[in-house]
Design a protein around this ligand. Sequence first.
Ligand code: UDX
Length: 497
Amino acid sequence: MNTEKLKLQVQQRAMDAPNKVPHVLVFPFPGQSHINAMLKLAQLLCLGGLRVTFLNTQHNHDRILRFNDVHSSLSRWPGLSFRAISDGLPAEHPRSLDRFLDIFDSLKANTKQLFREMLISGRSESEPVTCLIADGVMTFTIDVAQEVGIPIIVCRTASACSFWSNLCIPRLIEEGEVPFQGDADMDGAIRLVPGMETFLRRRDLSNFLRAKEHTDRAIQLIMTEALNTCRASSLILNTFEDLEGPILSHIRSRISTIYTIGPIHALLKSKLANSLPSTSTTCTSSSSDLWKVDKTCMTWLDSQTIRKSVLFVSFGSYATVTRDEMFEFWHGLVNSGSPFLWVVRPDSVAGKGEGGHISAELEEATRERGFLVEWAPQEEILAHPAVGGFLTHSGWNSTLESIYAGVPMICWPFFGDQQINSRFVSEVWGVGLDMKDRSCDRETVEKMVRELMEGKREELHKSSDEMTEFARRCIREGGSSYCNLERLIEDIRSTSS
Ligand code: UDX
């Protein structure tokens, strides 16, 4: 069947179903960060009265079923359903950071066709999909949407500043600014990213740009996906105007309709708290953890009697450290004297090195002041009164969750958007310290933790509290994120009809 005929059929079907509740299909990239943000978006759309199908890869769908009580939470979300699609990778594939290009390749080579077939066969269902919201790092979905004639809105779950810097890569390549390698002056200024001329350095750009040739596959991937995102007519971003306003104005020169609805986790919580009693008591944001959450740390946190005394440590869902780095961090945390709650994912220690001897003193001090878990209820932890600092990898969800909770950060970025996020946290927003590219030795870790929890404590808490107030204002009724969500829902209704 040719494309034009196909489009007519899909559009005819949509018209045959007048006044149907719009049916949105939400499709995130198969990573924890993306799933968390876009599932919360899906739930917000449900609260707005839309019918939503959330599409995970089969691998992650199975993990979420394994580690979350999805069925009971789904019963509380009548308008939300889950579907799964193959990512095309063998079950034993690690889907880890060092193999992340395999994921992108397989999604394009395998999942794209399955996605197309799903939408075509779906048109004969009682409630065909009338609008797509797809992840901005999977722009093959735009091709499929245009082919089958279904409107699409793109959603990027990383920061606006990282997205904008990726859009500027072609100019940076043209002017010979990137790529660069280790012998370059990493503190050298980068002046060709509009809005960042006064503070951006080489080391603050994505680590993917630390390469030999601009034809490097990771560079081509982040650049192409960013440029392709601009082919969509509208873009959803998990950020807020008071945080990234200046950067958003640059992005609006490339995509005219932008819905900033962040911090999305807080907007959902606020909506649930203010929704009808029948909804608020039944609907809770269903969790989408890819690991089993260990809540025993909450009891330990409750036992910490001094407010803002605990350092929370987590490096997100992909970053890994070597055994040697792990040991240096461990000694640094213990030597800092602060109580610490540390997430050590089962797959987070990789690579060479034997680490070191676990002395009786190290064990004793950890028993006394530390608590380790494999996966934590991070949002709850950051909201806990005993938590006063967050040693993070600067993943965007973690950054937004920490900003909203008013918890200052130490940023030790690993890859992707994390480098630029950590620069904005320290240099632009003043809500944390940048530990980027610092050697991972126990002295540095101890020094940074003492600076965060003691030396610069007052100054950082003051600026964090101010940014928290901005975030709270944006998600309140009449705030920019609140209003943008309303506008998004109305626009979905009108495109769907
Ligand atoms: C990273 C990059 O930051 C992201 O931009 C990229 O697209 C994917 O890889 P991730 O490492 O998952 O993302 O970090 P982050 O964006 O911070 O998301 C992690 C999510 O997991 C957060 O929502 C956090 O609350 C949650 N989390 C983390 C837990 O619930 N428990 C934990 O123990 C750790």
